[in-house]
Design a protein around this ligand. Structure first.
Ligand code: HEM
Length: 342
């Protein structure tokens, strides 16, 4: 199996999340830049090896067909968007995602500015978010984020497409991103005990609550997703806090998840925004709002170094960004009957 991109790293101290849109006619220059990307990363990374610079490149569904002829990753599709009774997860535009991370910001910045110069006017920057590690891997809410991520071989098995499922893209990963804006004044208005009930873990010691006291709408209760045999389905999250220090400035969490299938993340999002049963939405959403949402595929490193041919005719880019579409089936069910709680 071809080697995947370097996704699993020690937790970085800094990250830049760059979402780009491909301009009409920009496809050839985008292809050239993608083929030169690993060289750029090696060259900047070698200037400060201790910083452990990595860049993961994701390609969106519409962009894939504009850039490459031939096979496409089987499960690559635009982010669906979710409309619950109270909270909404919008689908927003994005053709290319660069997840740049390192132990120092200088190399992140350097490779970001070199790569965007390589892309030139073939792309427009839709969003650039600078994330930072907050103390001992805490979110701005003060809770440790990432504790229950799978590790070692389990993490590899969680994020890499299985050859049996999609031989042409084995080793690649699906990526879901959402930027959340957190209402810190509202959050800080809660007692610590109330905050712990929102996540289902203790704040200071980061211990999971027992099932008999954990609220059913706690964040970690809602995000339990099992298959028909009762096995827990997982994703690898690499979220980072971002934002302005000033009280009135925008701040929150940049959510990013890697998985061998986008279905697991989508099921979690359905449970968070719509609820299972409907109405049991994630308590965290009363304090933080999803403002973006995109899905991408990160192909293997070899794929990017030697791209398949371009399509003979370039499909037209979508005229308008896809609006957030409700995913609730007409019968009002969640459509996830085969999944059950742990
Ligand atoms: C503002 C956005 C978010 C914040 C601040 C946040 C924060 C946290 C925190 C503090 C934990 C507990 C510790 C841990 O295991 O990491 C957690 C767990 C988790 N979160 Fe989130 N999260 C956010 C969004 C999401 C989203 C959008 C998803 C999925 C679509 C998700 C999936 C999970 C999962 C699967 C767990 C582990 C559950 C378990 O097995 O215990 N999170 N999150």
């Amino acid at each position: 199996m071809a080697a995947g991109q370097t996704i699993l790293t020690v937790k970085s101290k800094y990250a830049i999340f760059l979402t780009l849109g491909i301009e009409p006619g920009g496809e050839d220059r985008v292809r050239d830049t993608l083929e030169g990307l690993s060289g750029r990363v090696r060259s900047v990374g070698s200037r400060n090896p201790d910083a452990r610079l990595t860049v993961v490149t994701g390609i969106g569904s519409d962009a894939w067909d504009r850039l490459f002829a031939g096979a496409r990753p089987k499960l690559l599709r635009p982010f669906k968007g979710y409309v619950g009774e109270v909270h909404t997860a919008p689908a927003t535009p994005g053709d290319i995602l660069l997840h740049i991370k390192a132990q120092t910001m200088d190399v992140c910045y350097e490779v970001g500015q070199l790569l965007t110069a390589d892309f030139g006017d073939s792309v427009r920057t839709i969003e650039e978010i600078h994330g930072f590690r907050y103390f001992d891997l805490r979110d701005l809410t003060g809770f440790v984020d990432g504790t229950e991520n799978p590790e070692g071989q389990a993490a590899v098995d969680t994020i890499q497409v299985d050859p049996a499922d999609d031989p042409a893209f084995a080793g690649g990963s699906y990526i879901t991103v959402q930027r959340y804006e957190t209402d810190m004044a509202k959050w800080n208005g809660l007692t610590v005990e109330q905050q712990e009930n929102v996540f289902g873990r203790s704040k200071s010691e980061n211990v999971e609550m027992d099932d008999d006291v954990k609220p059913v709408n706690a964040h970690i209760a809602v995000n339990q997703v099992n298959d028909a045999e009762g096995n827990q389905l997982q994703i690898v999250r690499d979220n980072m806090p971002y934002g302005d220090a000033s009280g009135t400035g925008v701040k929150g969490t940049y959510y990013i998840a890697y998985s061998k299938t986008p279905d697991v993340t989508d099921t979690m999002l359905e449970k968070m925004f719509i609820g299972d049963p409907p109405g049991n939405y994630d308590a965290l959403l009363d304090f933080t709002t999803a403002v973006t949402g995109c899905e991408f595929f990160a192909p293997c490193a070899d794929f990017l170094d030697a791209l398949p041919p371009a399509p003979a005719t370039t499909p037209a880019p979508p005229a308008e960004p896809a609006p957030a579409a409700p995913v609730r089936p007409a019968d009002g069910s969640l459509g996830i009957g085969s999944l059950r709680r742990r």
